[in-house]
Ligand binder design. Structure first.
Ligand code: AMP
Length: 284
């Protein structure tokens, strides 16, 4: 596996891959890798000849008071995991490289970024789309793979690629969960033993909403109330949002169309997000 820390090294490699007629799939990450990230690398390998995984804790997607400085990092172990999961190139740029002095250009998707995490974390998606757009220009992938755990992010990136006429297929990978249902997340590392147990309320809420949906419930307010119940009963959990929206547009849902139950919940220190699509699977 190549490990590139420099933009020019990456570009040289990309040019030689293009000359050899090899296609490239990109998996952007912030590191501290777990099975969720690695599943995306394996999916990426089924779509292209070479897989590039980036590790970059992107400062512009963190707000003031968020966990940019304490975000967990373990570069040595990350590189071993990427190499073991079929990644050909790891790209680890610095913030100075990605944001040259005096930069004043951003990429912003409107509409889709208004609800959910866009409402609770102002500027977050602008940081995400800006850095992903830069990574797309540097890596020039034919395919980019994002986890459906960050469901709104997946929709926003797909919209950006379409709106900006990028010739990149944005593929979604299923949410990887621990056996008790908790979605894997680098931020789970912040949880105490007690907090880790409490964190299962997110999945329990989603699973309860899914059961209600399977039982014929289609009223978004009722589905939301079912999802909220176990979370409100857990003293260590504090709801940021729990919403039921149209799975495609994130607008008001209607009973005939797939819905997404999306949530952000603080459990002790970390803010955890999770979601479940009801009515259809949305993978790409
Ligand atoms: P992050 O490092 O948190 O920015 O995540 C990098 C990529 O991994 C994003 O596309 C996430 O959606 C994806 N990801 C994170 N956790 C999971 C998970 N549990 N299952 C599937 N994909 C995930």
């Amino acid at each position: 596996m190549h490990v590139f820390r420099d933009i020019e090294e990456l570009r040289d490699w990309r040019r030689s891959a293009a000359l050899a007629g090899r296609t490239v799939a990109l998996v952007p990450t912030m590191g501290y890798l777990h099975e969720g990230h690695l599943s995306l690398c394996r999916i990426a390998a089924t779509h292209a000849d070479c897989v590039v995984a980036s590790i970059f804790v992107n400062p512009t997607q963190f707000g003031p008071g968020e966990d940019l400085d304490s975000y967990p990092r373990d570069e040595g172990s990350d590189l071993v995991k990427l190499a073991e999961n079929g990644v050909h190139c790891a790209f680890l740029p610095t913030a100075d490289m990605m944001y040259p002095t005096g930069y004043e250009t951003f990429v912003e998707v409107q509409g889709l970024t208004a609800p959910l995490c866009g409402a609770s974390r102002p500027g977050h998606f602008r940081g995400v789309t800006t850095v992903v757009c830069k990574l797309f220009h540097l890596v020039e992938p034919q395919v980019a793979v994002f986890g459906l755990k960050d469901y709104q992010q997946f929709l926003v990136i797909r919209k950006m690629a379409g709106d900006l006429l990028m010739d990149i297929r944005v593929v979604g990978g299923p949410i990887v969960r621990a056996p008790d249902g908790l979605a894997l997340s680098s931020r789970n590392a912040y949880l105490s033993h007690r907090g880790r147990k409490a964190a299962t309320v997110l999945y329990r809420g989603l699973a309860a909403a899914r059961e209600a949906y399977r039982g014929g419930e289609r009223d978004p307010g009722a589905l939301r109330a079912v999802a909220l119940e176990p979370i409100l009963a857990e003293p260590l959990a504090r709801v940021d949002y729990v919403e039921v929206l149209d799975a495609e547009t994130l607008a008001e849902p209607s009973a005939e169309r797939p819905m997404v139950v999306a949530m952000a919940v603080f459990v002790e220190k970390p803010r955890l997000i999770d979601n479940m699509v009801l009515g259809a699977a949305l993978a790409e």
